[in-house]
Design a protein around this ligand. Structure first.
Ligand SMILES: [Mg+2]
Length: 265
């Protein structure tokens, strides 16, 4: 890399967990580099598969952490993405949400009528929308099952990550919740919004108005962040501050860095 990234790209698509923070610990070296990238004129959009919080809450938290204003439009969560993708493809829907308030808020924000899985299945339901739900119960799973089997609802997923990284180790992710519903219903999701699907990157590029050649995705996971970049036709950075750890060498990322500070701006 003879020339700096700031002269080559216009938009950075920045993953959160493993890039900006790891669990509750801030990754200061990466954060300082991102501040510098912005000072050099790069536009930043934060893109996360985590659907548990809304874009609004992430924007508030990121504004505090980064020290510059991060708008709601500068954040793409898989909860927002699945809500927007359903709206684009099908219009406003009646949906049963298996997920946390971040998913529910984004679904309602796109004009969908949202039923809580806690209240059981009430036909008609167009879609069951599954995200990570750390309050998952058998009752909620059964409501989602009933919506599919009895009401003929289709299934949409925020993402299919089997695990989420914690400060130490990992825990079941949205894909694990989804797997339970697919096992009982025998159905398959007809919509998946999160990485490695390219939709979140494409939506961010569209809203900023840049071409794939002008965007650079930054993430810590080869199977999601880097694979989504490949599918979207954009360059990528695998940063080894998250789940990829030292296993970066087999990943087809454009660049691999121990921390973002290694990359010339
Ligand atoms: Mg990550």
């Amino acid at each position: 890399m003879a020339e700096g990234l700031a002269s080559r790209y216009k938009l950075l698509l920045v993953d959160l967990d493993g890039v900006v923070w790891r669990g509750s610990r801030l990754l200061e070296e990466n954060i300082e580099w991102l501040r510098e990238a912005r000072r050099k004129g790069l536009r930043l959009v934060f893109v996360t598969n985590n659907s548990t919080r809304s874009r609004r809450l992430y924007a508030e938290r990121l504004t505090r952490i980064m020290g510059f204003p991060v708008a709601v439009e500068d954040v793409v969560t898989s909860g927002y993405a699945v809500a927007a993708l359903l709206r684009e493809k099908y219009g406003r829907l009646r949906v049963l949400a298996v997920g946390e308030e971040g998913l529910v808020e984004e679904l309602a924000g796109q004009g969908h009528l949202v039923y809580s899985a806690m209240d059981g299945a009430r036909c008609p339901v167009d879609f069951v929308v599954v995200g990570l739900d750390r309050g998952l119960t058998y009752q909620k799973l059964r409501a989602a099952h009933d919506a599919v089997k009895r009401c003929g609802a289709k299934i949409a997923a925020s993402n299919t990550d089997h695990v989420i990284p914690l400060e130490r180790g990992d825990a079941p992710g949205a894909g694990a919740v989804l797997a339970a519903l697919l096992a009982s219903t025998g159905a398959e999701p007809v919509v998946v919004a999160g990485k490695p699907e390219p939709y979140m990157y494409e939506a961010a590029m569209r809203s900023v108005g840049v071409e794939p050649g002008e965007a650079l995705a930054i993430g810590d996971r080869c199977d999601t962040d880097i694979e989504a970049a490949r599918r979207a036709g954009i360059d990528s950075v695998l940063v080894l501050t998250g789940v990829a750890g030292e296993r970066g060498e087999r990943c087809p990322a454009t660049y691999v860095a121990r921390t973002l500070r290694e990359l010339p701006l």
